[in-house]
Design a protein around this ligand. Structure first.
Ligand SMILES: NC(=O)c1ccc[n+]([C@@H]2O[C@H](COP(=O)([O-])OP(=O)(O)OC[C@H]3O[C@@H](n4cnc5c(N)ncnc54)[C@H](OP(=O)(O)O)[C@@H]3O)[C@@H](O)[C@H]2O)c1
Length: 259
């Protein structure tokens, strides 16, 4: 496959390297600036759109690009790559379609187009890298070789997805109940971490990377740790400032008892 004069294996190498380079850059960038959407929204980032529309547009490459690229891979007819890609697609059907539909009548915040564009470009890079990694560049494996990895990784993936979806649902319920006001969430994993939705999502990609066992998938997991870990820390600081009397100071940001 040729792309813009580049050999596909070169392109895959460059996107994989970029994914890894984005990990320290994200940590450094987010130390100085939160992504200005949701509770961290602030003016000065250009025109905005509604959060559900932003989520739908910026996450969409994870569906259309993945579905377009997957069949071009030399392992695309093998059941294991198909299974791994299906898990990725299931996660993003929720994030791209179901989550914005649930958020539609609830979210009152604004989303800068400039931030949505950055996320859109990241999703193009990541969907390309993950899909080519799974369907083309990963060695073909037999299910007996990967059983332990699939049981462990699959368990983490399912548990993480459950925590992510139920925590997002609880936040949306509170947002609706509070008629657009932010409140301090209580109960369940919220008693241990400020952002269990971020924790759940990160555990999902940990489980998935154990199943994939590829540099591309581990790169995505590490990027998610960097991005959501930093944002969880900013959110904890935001709650402590905004709800000084209500927010339990011992509640961690992202990892129970640790961080
Ligand atoms: N893989 C990645 O790198 C990545 C990056 C970003 C996000 N995500 C995922 O995308 C999802 C959404 O992310 P997000 O950053 O928008 O999450 P978030 O800040 O926790 O917001 C989730 C929803 O809950 C509402 N909400 C948040 N805190 C609330 C509170 N204290 N009281 C009432 N309502 C509250 C928000 O309303 P408003 O919209 O009005 O603020 C929003 O609609 C999460 O599941 C996250 O894991 C993944």
């Amino acid at each position: 496959m040729r792309s813009g004069g580049l050999d596909d294996s070169d392109l895959y190498t460059y996107t994989s390297i970029t994914l890894y380079m984005m990990i320290p850059l994200t940590i450094i960038g987010l130390r100085f600036q939160n992504a200005p959407y949701g509770k961290h929204y602030r003016t000065g980032w250009g025109p905005t759109i509604s959060p559900p529309l932003a989520w739908f547009l910026m996450e969409s490459p994870t569906l259309w690009l993945t579905i377009l690229l997957y069949p071009l891979g030399r392992h695309s007819s093998h059941p294991l790559p198909f299974f791994l890609t299906s898990l990725y697609v299931i996660h993003y059907i929720n994030r791209t379609i179901i989550y914005p539909l649930r958020q539609k009548t609830v979210s009152k915040s604004q989303f800068p187009i400039s931030i949505a564009l950055q996320a859109f470009l990241f999703n193009i890079l990541n969907a390309y890298t993950q899909t080519r990694s799974i369907s083309h560049y990963r060695p073909d494996e037999d299910i007996r070789q990967v059983l332990v990895r699939f049981v462990l990784g699959g368990g983490l993936f399912v548990w993480g997805m459950w925590v992510n979806i139920t925590s997002d649902a609880e936040l949306l319920r509170l947002r609706k109940k509070g008629k657009g006001k932010y409140v301090v969430p209580m109960g369940g994993w919220f008693d241990y971490v400020t952002c269990p939705n971020y924790m759940g999502e990160t555990v999902e990609w940990l489980g998935w990377s154990i199943m994939c066992w590829s540099p591309a998938a581990f790169g995505f997991f590490l990027f998610t740790c960097a991005n959501l870990g930093m944002r969880a820390a900013s959110s904890r600081k935001w709650y402590l400032e905004k709800f000084a009397d209500e927010f339990p100071a011992e509640r961690m940001a992202f990892v129970p008892l640790l961080y």
